[in-house]
Design a protein around this ligand. Structure first.
Ligand code: UD1
Ligand code: CA
Length: 454
């Protein structure tokens, strides 16, 4: 049990964005949300996000996932933590301070830092790293016994201190009561005139408390994001982590660097993901599926043994054993049954399609309820929109729709009906009827008009 305080009030000027930095996304999840989730996964029973810059855009992202403390003016990291004082005072166990722009921090690392902090009997523990180029970071000044004496900021550092390679990640574990006490004594006593959180360490040390440093193993975890280049680097690292997690769980990913899988996506075992695939949002893919080249699947459920090739599927569900594509566009609101074929150049929207139905090629079905084992000939179109309103059509089981049929909605096609090719259907068709709705053919045997014929 611990309390996590996430600093996320900063401007993020270098993002050159109209949005606050911490709502930019890595693998489909906002930066601050990654840090909240890592805190929860590590066992935090209270998470507080300190927000300020464009707080109204950050609040909806945080929602019910964390408490919010507002820092109206950004007067430094110490000042930011002060805004969470109410939660720090009632914290059970340790208080962990994290940064909202550091999404790669792992739950496991937070846990290890807390264990280190507790087992060493520290009052405060700084999470540190060794950097070849430490420019811009606070440097860790250690005493002979290895304890942390203080942290000196780049701007306040002497030439000797600037050579120190051990840096402050900006993440810490504190004893809650000690932190609360030190914050009360904090002053903006430095070159920047800011309240430095790092100064609390000196206050605690002055009071005879023990300060430690926990050196992280993987420097990637403390990468802060300040610009779009760093955002893309974090995306690459996170993407690799996500892909590797799926591969460890039994998913084959043929060319991982071209596959983008959102943080919440689930994939069953023995599913194969080919190149240039994006799986995003709240998507769930079953086992034994083949997601072939060039697919984009968002907020959809794909059952087992489905094959999808070069297609887009949005907010829909696809039943077991169904084939989609190549070049199909499944728009929101579709519920496709089992062993269905949604073939090439087929677009479906807000349509329920029951088991065994074949929509093989060049067809548009919108706002429709389609029964079982229906066969659509090439080029069927539901005319579902009259320029003002949308209408629904219903097609019964075992219907055969001839090629190049227009179904002018709303229209009901009875079970087992047969529609002749080239028909424009405007009236309901009773069960098992043949419907022919096209002009009769006329042949003229003495016609001389063919300029092409030799
Ligand atoms: C801070 C540390 C430095 C460390 C570095 C790691 C201090 C004084 N220095 O420096 O030792 O190496 O982080 O990145 O703490 N924030 C607020 N409100 C504020 C100021 C900052 O919420 O008033 C947030 C920022 O949004 C950011 C985090 O705190 O998420 C760190 O702030 P930043 O200004 O980047 O700190 P640095 O000066 O870089
Ligand atoms: Ca910084």
């Amino acid at each position: 049990m611990f309390t996590s305080v996430i600093l996320a009030a900063g401007m993020g000027t270098r993002m050159k964005s109209d949005m606050p930095k911490v709502v930019h996304k890595v693998c489909g999840k906002e930066l601050v949300k990654w840090v909240i989730d890592a805190s929860r996964e590590a066992g935090a029973d209270e998470v507080v996000a300190v927000i300020g810059h464009k707080a109204d855009m950050v609040k909806p992202v945080i929602g019910e996932n964390a408490k919010i403390a507002i820092q109206a003016e950004q007067l430094g990291t110490g000042h930011a933590v002060m805004q969470a004082a109410e939660y720090i005072k009632k914290a059970k166990g340790s208080v962990v301070v994290l940064n909202g722009d550091t999404p790669l921090i792992k739950a496991e690392t937070i846990k290890k830092a807390i264990d280190y902090h507790v087992s060493n009997g520290n009052s405060a523990t700084v999470i540190t790293a060794e950097f070849e180029d430490a420019t811009g970071y606070g440097r860790i000044v250690r005493g002979e016994d290895g304890s942390v004496l203080r942290i000196v900021e780049q701007k306040d550092a002497s030439d000797e201190e600037k050579k120190i390679k051990e840096i402050n990640s900006g993440m810490y574990v504190f004893n809650g009561a000690d932190l609360a006490e030190a914050l009360d004594k904090l002053t903006p006593n430095n070159a920047q005139g800011e309240y430095y959180l790092t100064d609390t360490l000196e206050i605690l040390r002055g009071a005879g408390k023990k300060i430690g440093g926990y050196t992280i193993e993987d420097n990637d975890e403390i990468r802060g994001i300040n610009n779009r280049i760093q955002l893309s680097e974090a995306e690459t690292i996170m993407q690799r982590r996500i892909n590797e997690k799926h591969m460890e769980n039994g998913v084959t990913i043929i060319n991982p660097s071209s596959v983008f899988i959102g943080s919440d996506v689930e994939i069953g075992r023995d599913t194969i993901i080919a190149s240039n695939v994006t799986l995003a949002g709240n998507t769930k893919i079953g086992s034994g599926c083949s997601v072939e080249m060039g697919c984009r699947i968002v907020d959809s459920v794909i059952e087992d043994n489905v094959t999808v090739l070069n297609s887009v599927i949005l907010e829909s569900s696809i039943g077991e054993g169904t084939n989609v594509g190549p070049f199909a566009y499944v728009r929101p609101g579709c519920k496709v049954g089992r062993h269905v074929k949604v073939g090439d150049f087929v677009e479906i929207k807000n349509a329920v399609i029951d088991d065994g139905t074949k929509i093989s090629h060049l067809t548009y079905l919108g706002d429709s309820d389609i029964g079982k084992n229906v066969n659509f000939g090439c080029g069927t179109v539901t005319c579902n929109y009259d320029g003002k309103d949308k209408f629904r059509s219903v097609i019964g089981d075992n219907v055969f729709v001839g090629c190049n049929t227009n179904l002018v909605s709303p229209v009901n096609v009875g079970e087992g009906a047969y529609i002749a090719a080239g028909s424009t259907i405007t009236d309901d068709i009773p069960d098992k009827n043949l419907a022919i709705a096209r002009a009769r053919q006329v042949n003229k045997d003495d016609w001389k008009g063919n300029k092409y014929a030799k």
